[in-house]
Design a protein around this ligand. Structure first.
Ligand code: PLV
Length: 360
């Protein structure tokens, strides 16, 4: 039965000497990875499920890339309400297993959008069932807002900037609303995404919602083809610096962060860490988008379940293969051009060497 206590816990906020040294400013980590379901998602989803249970919902049906679904399964179990979670095929087996361990039924779709359609169809047929969205509901923002209220309690003064990752923009909405309530309206936000999951960046640039034709990033939990309308609206009212990194940049910091902080995170979270590991913070300071004497920054360590050491190795291999393939194609194009120009049809030693270096 629903209790008055929230499902999320108050997470630690602590300084990272390792990242502070690299950034040249005091870096705080808001450790959302320490939530019971391994990511910040439980804050918003927990609030949503609690309210829906009070309204008499008899079953939860969610569509998620992993973390929102696990949060739904966890809350449903505590509320003694059955849950069905639709996940894209790309969701790792160990995340699916964790959802099942919480008692949920797991079904599959090709993409997150397909999962959403299937889940909503199921709910339409049952009037007392509830669709639990991964983002984009005021009750979800309401839950995510608590992160900022906690920061206010935990910090002596307001942060110079907050770094967070954007998928559908639920966390962004909650943080902006939380900043308003805390009287920290002037704290800028760096909103991080990866190319191939950059629907927020594209929308902000265009000034209207943009739908990506396909999610191609390996940061699958940032893979919302379209962000929530509210996220774009709030971002247009607040100082939000939208930045996009490559998949290799999002992954490169993960082992370094693990070594230094003993915390293993998903690429979705690696995108936020790339602000420091890829030197973005210094570029933003040089471009005067952030003050040079930045007093402090908070990185929301959003966490995530779609990662293990084995999965990290697999991702690194996949990225390396993609990189090699790109180099191979570039070499082939150069070769075709050369052949065309010389009309000799023979391989040059140097091009052969280049192709060899690409592993072909
Ligand atoms: N993940 C959602 C939506 O995916 C999901 O279904 O789990 N960091 C992590 C670890 C996340 O799991 C997510 C969202 C985000 C960041 C981005 O949060 P959002 O969607 O509120 O911007 C597509």
């Amino acid at each position: 039965m629903a209790s008055s206590k929230p499902f999320h816990v108050v997470t630690p906020l602590r300084v990272s000497p390792h990242l502070s040294k690299l950034a040249g400013t005091k870096v705080y980590l808001k450790l959302e990875n320490s939530q019971p379901t391994g990511s910040f998602k439980i804050r918003g989803i927990g609030n949503f499920c609690k309210v829906m249970a009070e309204k008499g919902s008899k079953e939860f049906v969610s569509a998620s890339a992993g973390n929102a679904g696990l949060a739904t399964a966890y809350c449903a179990k505590l509320l003694e309400i059955p849950a069905t979670i639709y996940v894209p095929q790309s969701t790792p087996a160990f995340t699916v297993e964790r959802m099942k361990d919480e008692g949920a039924t797991v079904c599959f779709g090709q993409t997150l959008d397909e999962c959403k359609n299937k889940a909503q169809e199921m709910v339409k047929k049952n009037s007392d069932w509830t669709f639990v969205p991964p983002f984009g509901d005021p009750l979800i923002s309401e839950g995510h807002k608590t992160m900022v209220a906690e920061m206010k309690e935990q910090m002596e003064s307001k942060p110079g900037v907050i770094v967070l990752s954007v998928g559908g923009g639920g966390m962004l909405c909650g943080v902006i609303q939380g900043l308003r309530e805390a009287g920290w309206d002037d704290v800028p936000i760096i909103a991080m995404e990866t190319w191939g999951a950059h629907s927020f960046h594209a929308s902000l640039k265009q000034g209207e919602l943009v739908t990506l034709p396909k999610i191609t990033s390996i940061a699958t939990t940032l893979g919302a083809a379209t962000v929530a309308e509210e996220a774009l609206k709030l971002a247009q009212e607040h100082c939000v610096i939208s930045q996009v990194v490559t998949d290799p940049e999002a992954v490169a910091g993960i082992p370094r962060f693990l070594d230094a902080e003993k915390i293993l995170v998903e690429p979705a979270c690696g995108a936020s860490l790339a602000v420091i590991y890829s030197g973005l913070i210094k570029t933003l300071q040089k471009e005067c988008k952030l003050p040079r004497d930045l007093e402090s920054m908070v990185i929301i360590v959003c966490g995530g379940n779609n990662i293990t050491l084995e999965e990290l190795d697999r991702l690194k291999d996949e990225l390396c293969m993609n990189h090699r393939m790109k180099e191979y194609v570039e070499c082939k194009v150069a070769l075709a051009k050369w052949n065309h120009a010389s009309n000799s049809g023979t391989f040059t030693a140097s091009l052969q060497k280049s192709l060899g270096a690409c592993g072909h």
